[in-house]
Unconditional design. Sequence first.
Length: 227
Amino acid sequence: MLSFVRASAVLCLALLPVAAAAAGEQKAAPLLFETRHLDLVDKGSEVTYHFEKTGSDERLVGKNYADDIRLGVTKVNGKGERDVVFKVFTGDNARDPQNWPDLTINPLFIWYLDRAVGTFNSLAGGSQMYLKHKIREALANATAEEVKVDYDGKQVDAYKVTITPFVDDPSASKMQGFHKSAFTVVVSNQVPGYFVDLQSSFVSAQAAGPELKEHIKMVGIGGEKQQ
């Protein structure tokens, strides 16, 4: 389960040593960990994200599943920090809502990273602490690509970050063929909640190995969904 302590720990990624960006390049770490994510989400607003899980073999990766994740803001203080309610899934699958005061970060990103680590561990094995470190390292040194995304009936500027943190890992041969797993994050400071699209692709390179893909997409704010 998420906690504010764990969220703060992930933010320490920004403190990892990173290579200097070449001219014209944008490093991912400042975009992901040093940016205020919630400035466009006002008090009383709720951002909705659609989660979808698809797999090639239910016996190995579980059933396909789709549901919503919601982030609501109940208070904004004088510093622009938000009191946040984070709701994962609905109905019988709903988790207990999580409440945090004084946030500038979007806890959806923390949830996504935690889930990526847990899912990779369940498929490929390995120490979760080690897997977290590899993902931290990859994000800290990644370069962001400038892209356009559709929001509110128009195209807006965004950045896309893709990492394959285990592809050259010394233990890749022990990862059940999942060492090429890829993680993609798209962010925009013109979209409420900042995170537009998050994907995890777990595809085994082994013969007849399973595939599992998870996708989280921002679909709307308030009661009005974006197309």
